[in-house]
Design a protein around this ligand. Structure first.
Ligand code: ADP
Ligand code: PEP
Ligand code: CA
Ligand code: MN
Length: 665
């Protein structure tokens, strides 16, 4: 080795310096010149101290456009200082105790970083009553507000303060949602008062379990007191609905960075300018999920309570940290607010072809809304929640929430690639050293999830709006294996299956479970609807007629026998079927009618073996097939009993047509 530069160590076998006693070349440490030894760095940093050096690292972020000329209701002519004060006052008002006189002292920023003098704000209530004890300890403390933090800031908060938060090898934030790894529909309560009494669907089959206003206020106070007792809370101010005319402003107050990042991804993210003029939210969630509800409280049947007060436009969450509760809670609110504006809210995915043809994908959890709306050849509008107004379809959300169990790069590349920095990965298992996620591991739960901003899907269409749909695809995962892979539906059949909302999943993954569990969930989302199902169905019928949309029933479940003997239809085949629906080719094909359900099934679909199109061909035991078909038909009939008396629209004729569109035997 030769000398490579000034003052470097050189090993030389035949230089003039000779050989050592053992025959190895001597190491020459002698400098060639007499210069002082420097390291390789260029200009030194402009800092005298380490603290100064650290202060150079972060530069102040500023809104992208100056405030001048922006006509927001709360910002016109305000200095940054005043605007920030108003924001804090608005948050203090949100967190105000309703049994004491003021909102909490709120201060912006991380409580551990107290370098600046804090800007403090609190609000006084306009109350006539004077409490005997005007000051409690809680009114002396500060609550720090971490307001609309960025994903990077939320990562740091989660990793430092929330046990179970890790960065995975692809850059996602892995978190645990605690004891609850799914929604708790039995713990949902809705305030029944004079407004909701007549509007909402109550009683048998309804997801709305009532509570009174007093009890809501008890739980609200419990949540607010819990949140105010903390050193810091996270506040997200965001939007729902990409239709600008029907956009809703939501505020989410929560105690975990996980919750704040989840909602950052799932709701629509405001631009800095939109945030400046945000003003008062239309709806507020108080997520105190780490804290239980009090079971001595009236109407409480467990330690979990998710409470909705439509009049107050508020939701309180106690006793569950599952983040999907917030997402689907807001969806319920939209199912109330939108129909009031003649807009249909839909539990569906939506995508659009290159030529502008739009498809909706309805279905219960696990039937394929997210998987099939995320299609590399089409623009993604959204995977789960939409509105259909006279302008067309708009996504309610700003993100997607994909199931991760058994996720594979080959079958679902777009979802796989979306699991990167910024994405929340719930309840997954990963290698402790490499942090590589094992998507097949169900140790924590089978309901592992990824929540990512919709832009993480390369062909997402931003803004997430589209024209009126051409195809309405109803997805059912039929674990009985008797529904055809695809059928074309008449309008009454579409209504019948929409109101039924059928799917059948396998009860569990344990050995020995042979019997699939049929689920009927009206409008493919009974847990989220607020009005009677016939209200949504009537709106859907009107819109489909008006825009000439075609209904389809697609079985993404079993073929060749029920669960246990048959197999789930290959995703590749389902994709081919969906392609043929989108292209319009399937509409032109030849059809035949099935027994019992009276479904029109195509005789051919490009890329799909023709023999699987009629399920009877795939069952070796034809008697077992007929028996299972009749069994499922019976379950449909039983379920529909409760809707028989309900009229859809103004005339009963449609009801008779819809009834006739069900199974006949
Ligand atoms: N033929 C199929 N069609 C659709 N999904 C399938 C099929 N076979 C297996 N799957 C799997 O089923 C799951 C569907 O879930 P998902 O798309 O998240 O449903 P949803 O969004 O309706 O809750 C995915 O994990 C997907 O990989
Ligand atoms: C988030 C949910 O939606 P899905 O399972 O339909 O994706 C849910 O039902 O909790
Ligand atoms: Ca869903
Ligand atoms: Mn989904």
């Amino acid at each position: 080795m030769a000398a490579t530069g000034k003052g470097r160590v050189s090993i030389s076998a035949n230089s003039g310096t000779g050989t050592g006693r053992n025959g190895l070349p001597t190491i020459q440490t002698q400098k060639k010149t007499n210069e002082v030894c420097h390291d390789d760095s260029s200009a030194p940093v402009k800092a005298q101290t380490i603290n100064e050096l650290h202060s150079l690292q972060k530069k102040k972020s500023a809104p992208t456009t100056p405030n001048i000329g922006f006509q927001g209701p709360f910002t016109a002519g305000l200095s940054e200082e005043e605007r920030s004060k108003q924001q804090l006052q608005s948050i203090s008002a949100s967190l105000a105790s309703l049994t004491r006189e003021t909102g909490p002292n709120v201060v912006k920023g991380d409580p551990t970083k107290q370098s600046e003098t804090p800007r403090v704000a609190h609000v006084s209530q306009q109350s006539h009553f004077t409490p005997t004890i005007s000051v409690s300890d809680s009114s002396l403390k500060f609550t720090h507000v971490l307001y609309n933090l960025s994903p990077a800031e939320l990562y740091e908060q989660a990793i430092i303060y929330e046990k179970g938060s890790f960065i995975t090898s692809s850059g996602a934030l892995a978190t645990l949602s605690g004891a609850k790894t799914g929604r708790s529909p039995k713990d949902k309560r809705v305030v029944r008062d004079c407004t909701t009494e007549d509007d909402l669907w109550w009683g048998k089959g309804s997801p709305n379990i009532e509570m009174d206003e007093q009890t809501f206020m008890v739980n609200r106070e419990r949540a607010v007191d819990y949140l105010n007792s903390l050193d810091k809370v996270f506040v997200n101010d965001q939007f729902l609905n990409w239709d600008p005319e029907n956009r809703i402003k939501v505020r989410i107050v929560s105690a975990r960075a996980y919750h704040s990042l989840f909602m950052h991804n799932m709701c629509i993210r405001p631009t800095p300018e939109e945030l400046e003029s945000f003003g008062t939210p239309d709806f507020t969630i108080y997520n105190a999920g780490q804290f239980p509800c009090n079971r001595y409280t009236h109407y409480m049947t467990s330690s979990t309570s998710i409470d909705l007060h439509l009049g107050r436009r508020e939701m309180v969450i106690l006793g569950t940290q599952y983040a999907g509760e917030m997402k689907k809670g807001l969806f319920g609110v939209m199912h109330y607010l939108m129909p009031k504006r003649q807009i249909l809210s839909l539990h569906s995915g939506c995508n659009m072809g290159k030529d502008g043809d739009v498809a909706l994908f309805f279905g219960l959890s696990g039937t394929g809304k997210t998987t099939l709306s995320t299609d590399h050849n089409r623009y993604l509008i959204g995977d789960d929640e939409h509105c259909w107004s006279s302008n067309g379809v708009s996504n309610i959300e700003g993100g997607c929430y994909a199931k991760c169990i058994d996720l594979s790069r080959e079958k679902e590349p777009d979802i796989w690639n979306a699991i990167k920095f910024g994405t929340v990965l719930e309840n997954v298992v990963f290698d402790e050293h490499t942090r590589e996620v094992d998507f097949s591991d169900k140790s924590v739960t089978e309901n592992t999830r990824a929540a990512y901003p919709i832009e993480y899907i390369p062909n997402a269409k931003i803004p997430c709006v589209a024209t009126h749909p051409k195809n309405i695809i109803l997805l059912a995962c039929d674990a009985f294996g008797v529904l055809p892979p695809v059928s074309k539906l008449s309008l009454p059949q579409t209504m019948y299956h929409f109101i039924s909302g059928y799917t059948a999943l396998v009860a569990g993954t344990e050995e020995g479970i042979k019997e699939p569990q049929a689920t009927f969930s009206a409008c493919f989302g009974a847990a989220f609807i607020m009005l009677h199902p016939t209200k949504y169905a009537a709106m859907l019928a009107t819109k489909m007629k008006e825009h000439g949309a075609t209904g389809w029933l697609v079985n993404t479940g079993w073929s060749g026998g029920r669960y246990g003997s048959g197999n789930r239809i290959k995703l590749a085949y389902t994709r081919k079927i969906i392609d043929a629906i989108h292209s319009g080719n399937l509409l032109k094909g030849n059809y035949k009618k099935t027994e019992v359900f009276g479904l029109e099934i195509p005789t051919e679909v490009e890329g799909v073996p023709s023999e699987i199109l009629d399920p009877i061909n795939t069952w070796s035991d034809k008697n077992a097939y007929k028996e299972t078909l009749l069994k499922l038909g019976g379950l449909f009939k039983n379920n529909f009993e409760v809707f028989v008396a309900h009229k859809i629209g103004k005339d009963d004729k449609l009801t008779d047509e819809i009834l006739a569109a069900g199974p006949i035997f």
